[in-house]
Design a protein around this ligand. Structure first.
Ligand code: HGY
Ligand code: MN
Ligand code: MN
Length: 413
């Protein structure tokens, strides 16, 4: 299928506006935590747009949504593109939504051009990519890839105590399709970089080589509630002190292991009162590194720091793994298609490894996968101030459309 197709960028922005309007956060972000009413509303919008475009819609048992433009040869596996509609609590305009809407817009453009792709084209919206409410992240694509049993996913308890399966049923997105029923020929995800590299270098397109490894753990320290004023320091069993010590130790760990990123994103103290020594502290630690051995070294060092902090504070501790993904390298077939499309459009481009996790890193387990990055202004993301220049969005969407129309040819390997 040779003629390039032109995706309607005005329509894409109008849809981004409609998604933001569901649960807006100033200046330009949103809060659509997975499986909340806001997520349901975003899903409903996507299904409405896909239906109006004449696409076939399917929802699988974990709530992944697939909109399909049938290909000329149904025997050929389709090419899939997409991302996620859920956001973190401080979400931006583009994180996830851009990839879903760019995929939808590409299918609409192919249809509007009167073209029938040799292979079908599928626009996907995966459930709970963020993992902010229900860990792990990339949950929908993990179930789709067969690496997380549906029952286990449905039994997940969120940070707010909600049960994932009950929430999925409540919003009406526990679909009839068996997870993994669609086996894509290739998967491509368009996403904003969420980091500072492309913007700082003035590069329009990121040819994503892979995604760094991710290690999420939750540590619980158990001490003893006591009076902040009457309890001698030597008598304390202060869970809050242990959690704070570990959070502080992370910075030293990143100096010890070059390339390591470490974040204590969530600390919950109980009873969380000014004049009571915390009897319980829950701390999450997010470690990232492009090298698996270095990530394991960091996990081992973290375990030592946790044990030392617990001893020093006179408390017990327990650890729970919330997510663990090894680094992933994307398929040369997809990376070459991205590089070729960027060159064909005369766009500056460079290889880049993703700092953030994405559904594409899970899809890479079952199909040749890859990603296209658009620059994030100032590298800001997971923040309502997330922004990308419109011309950069238009350029990246044009590259995605070319990559998809290239990969859906019959002769692609
Ligand atoms: O955590 C991540 O990197 C992704 O946003 N879920
Ligand atoms: Mn994302
Ligand atoms: Mn995100």
């Amino acid at each position: 299928m040779s003629p390039p197709v032109a995706v309607d960028i005005d329509a894409l922005y109008a849809r981004l506006d409609a998604l933001i309007a569901i649960a807006p956060l100033p200046p330009d972000g949103a809060c659509r935590l997975a499986l909340t009413e806001a997520d349901r509303a975003g899903r409903d919008l996507f299904c409405g747009w896909a239906e109006a475009a004449g696409l076939e819609i399917a929802v699988d048992a974990i709530g992944n949504i697939f909109a399909t433009l049938a290909g000329a040869d149904p025997a050929l596996a389709p090419v899939m593109s997409g991302s996620h509609l859920d956001t973190v609590a401080t979400g931006g305009r583009f994180d996830g939504a851009l990839g879903v809407l760019a995929a939808l817009g590409t299918l609409e453009a192919v249809r509007a051009a009167g073209l029938t792709p040799p292979r079908g084209l599928v626009a996907a919206a995966f459930t709970n990519e963020e993992g902010a409410r229900f860990a792990p992240d990339m949950m929908g694509s993990l179930v789709f890839a067969g690496d997380l049993p549906l029952a286990e996913a449905r039994a997940t308890r969120g940070v707010d105590g909600a049960l994932l399966g009950a929430e999925l049923d409540r919003i009406g997105y526990a679909g009839p399709l068996a997870p993994g029923a669609i086996r894509p020929h290739a998967f491509v995800e368009l996403h904003v970089e969420q980091g500072p590299v492309l913007d700082a270098e003035g590069i329009a397109i990121g040819i994503v080589e892979g995604v760094q490894g991710i290690s999420w753990q939750e540590f619980t320290f158990a001490g003893e509630a006591n009076h902040a004023g009457a309890t001698p320091m030597a008598m304390r069993h202060d869970a809050g002190y242990a959690a704070a010590a570990v959070a502080t130790a992370l910075r030293a760990l990143t100096r010890r292991i070059p390339g390591l990123l470490a974040t204590a994103g969530r600390i919950v103290l109980e009873p969380n009162l000014i004049n009571v020594i915390a009897h319980t502290a829950t701390l999450t630690v997010d470690l990232r590194h492009p090298d698996e051995a270095a990530l394991r070294e960091a996990e081992a060092a973290l375990a030592e720091a946790v044990a030392a902090a617990a001893r020093d504070a006179g408390v017990t501790h327990a650890a729970r793994v919330l997510a663990r993904f090894a680094p992933v390298t994307f398929a040369p077939m997809v990376r070459e298609a991205v590089a070729g499309a960027a060159a064909a459009h005369g766009l500056t481009a460079r290889p880049i490894v993703s700092g953030a996790g994405h559904d594409a890193q899970i899809m890479a387990r079952i199909a040749p996968s890859g990603m296209i990055f658009a620059p994030s202004i100032g590298g800001i993301s997971h923040n309502p101030a997330e922004a990308t220049r419109r011309e950069d969005i238009a350029a990246a969407v044009a590259v995605l459309a070319d990559v998809l129309t290239t990969l859906c040819r019959k002769d692609t390997p």
